[in-house]
Design a protein around this ligand. Structure first.
Ligand code: SAH
Length: 228
């Protein structure tokens, strides 16, 4: 079973959307498990303080090193990879999602306020990952994004093994356009080739569509695809 472990100040956020549909079913069938750890439980003073103001001044508060480190030390086994969701982290992508889906577990730390005391990140060997170039108020939504992208890659979760293979990013390209019934809708027909039953022709058409879309919308992916 794949174990997801989340450190947060807002445990009630989880599993949230991950309890719905196929993910919910997979959770009850123990294809994956979720442990949610309230960072506040590791606070030691009587007010359960978790944050304090930054040295050197500045607005906002930081998660305290001692509290977060306590929480981690009480819950992480030696050698496990730990990730801190952070806008200054390495960009999370499909490749990392695939890599993490092959591990036995993943541990994610959700920050809040202005972030966390840097010393925890270095002493506990924590890897920083960002879900994109924008700033969120907390790491919870980012953790849900990361988990969502990993879960769909776990064997058995989506049911149809193939359905995660053909998607955008899996082959370095954006996905081709897709159509379903009715064949004619608002006077627009679906592309003729898709009705031909000729699987090779369909494959070629889809690839050329994927390439055209990627070239226009994502020059960065296109350059990489052409080089590989
Ligand atoms: N002061 C920080 C931002 C803190 S935002 C900075 O300038 O880098 C508060 C929390 O939201 C962070 O601790 C982090 O866990 C989460 N967060 C914000 N943006 C994020 C992003 N793009 N990806 C992942 N986590 C993010």
């Amino acid at each position: 079973m794949f174990e997801a472990q989340v450190f947060t100040l807002y445990p009630e956020v989880f599993p949230g959307p991950l309890s719905k549909g196929l993910y919910g079913k997979a959770l009850s069938n123990k294809l994956w498990g979720l442990k949610v750890i309230n960072i506040r439980d590791a606070a030691t003073d009587k007010h359960k303080t978790v944050d304090d103001s930054p040295y050197g001044g500045g607005t906002g508060m930081l998660l305290k090193a001692d509290v977060l480190a306590n929480s981690i030390d009480q819950n992480i086994k030696k050698g496990e990879r730990i990730f801190y969701l952070s806008p200054k982290g390495k960009k999370f992508d499909q490749k990392l999602a695939q890599e993490l889906s092959r591990d036995k577990s993943v541990s994610l730390i959700c920050g809040h306020f202005e972030g966390v005391d840097e010393r925890v990140l270095t002493t506990r060997n924590i890897e920083e990952i960002s879900i994109g170039d924008y700033v969120l108020s907390g790491g919870e939504t980012a953790a849900l994004v990361v988990l969502d992208s990993i879960l769909r890659l776990l064997p058995g979760v989506l049911g149809n093994e193939e359905s995660s293979m053909d998607e955008t990013f899996e082959n370095g390209l954006l996905e081709y356009p897709q159509y379903t019934k009715p064949q004619i809708w608002e006077e627009k027909s679906v592309p003729e080739v898709l009705l031909s039953g000729d699987h090779n022709k369909i494959k070629d058409w889809r690839l050329s569509q994927s390439e055209a879309i990627t070239r226009v919308r994502r020059p960065d992916l296109w350059q990489k695809y052409k080089k590989d």
